[in-house]
Design a protein around this ligand. Sequence first.
Ligand code: 76R
Length: 287
Amino acid sequence: MSESTTASATTDDDIPETDESLAPAEGWHVMHLFYQIDRTQWSMLTPEEQVERKTALTRLVQELRQHPSTQLLMFSMLTPRADIGFMLLTPDLRDANAFEKRLTISMGPDVLVPIYSYFSMTERSEYTTTAEQHGETLKTDRGLTEGSEEFNAAIAEFNARMQKYGKDRLYPNMPDWPVFCFYPMTKRRSGEDNWYSLDFETRRQLMAGHAAIGRTWAGKIRQLITGSTGLDDYEWGVTLFAKDTFDVKGIVYEMRFDEVSARYAEFGDFYIGIQVPLQQLFQQVSL
Ligand code: 76R
């Protein structure tokens, strides 16, 4: 590398102080934050202090939920792996950064101990069906003639659905379903099993099989796949919501047999929680 030819920040004064937006070109920033409660610290607080701390977190959550285009979900986490979890979706990186710090210190120093976090972004799907592909299916499976009124109506309906679908992936409305599951995953890159050396058409076909299984879980599972290549240790965050734990276990088990998961998926740790309204959190985690 030669000497820098463009502006370089050699002193602090070179980095302009600004509150200019760091919102991405598309999508939102997403943070999954998991904490353990330090119950020794907590027990050393007076009852009045404990009320103050709970009020501080309550106020902060209410404030952040008022922030434009921001969603903040709260979870009471299962097993001592974590006690409290948050999922934050917000456009601006500066906000995501500041909100995360404020959540961590909201109950006072050392009460919420961060034990796991994941940073990702909402993203559109790379493998959604195109209008052309759908047109082929209309011809072969439904016997429609290209250009006919019925064909054109079906394509228009398809386009409207896909537009909404793409928007839901980038700007999702998170469900209020109670059972929450998060884990990060990566597509394998080893030897014969290198996802990234497959051509697009092969990947598209494999993903179509994956999506077909996924769709059989409609109504039981809501999923949000967020991208984290270059942002965190794995390539995607998988967030699942269900009304029944049985369905979380069921879909993840079934997908293990699908080639995309069986051959190409590697998983991180799993975090399971219950989505709770603010007023129920403290009771649920015994604070
Ligand atoms: O955009 C879309 O949703 C269209 C089809 C689709 C894509 C492209 C889809 C559908 N998924 C896609 C991408 Mn999925 N998904 C997972 C997991 O545990 C495991 O084995 C896998 C974890 C689950 C449970 C799940 C569920 N999916 C992805 C990607 C990105 C891959 C890439 O780009 O290479 C990952 C990592 C991933 C993982 N998926 C669905 C589901 C479900 C339930 C659906 C159907 C959604 C619906 O039609 O409403």
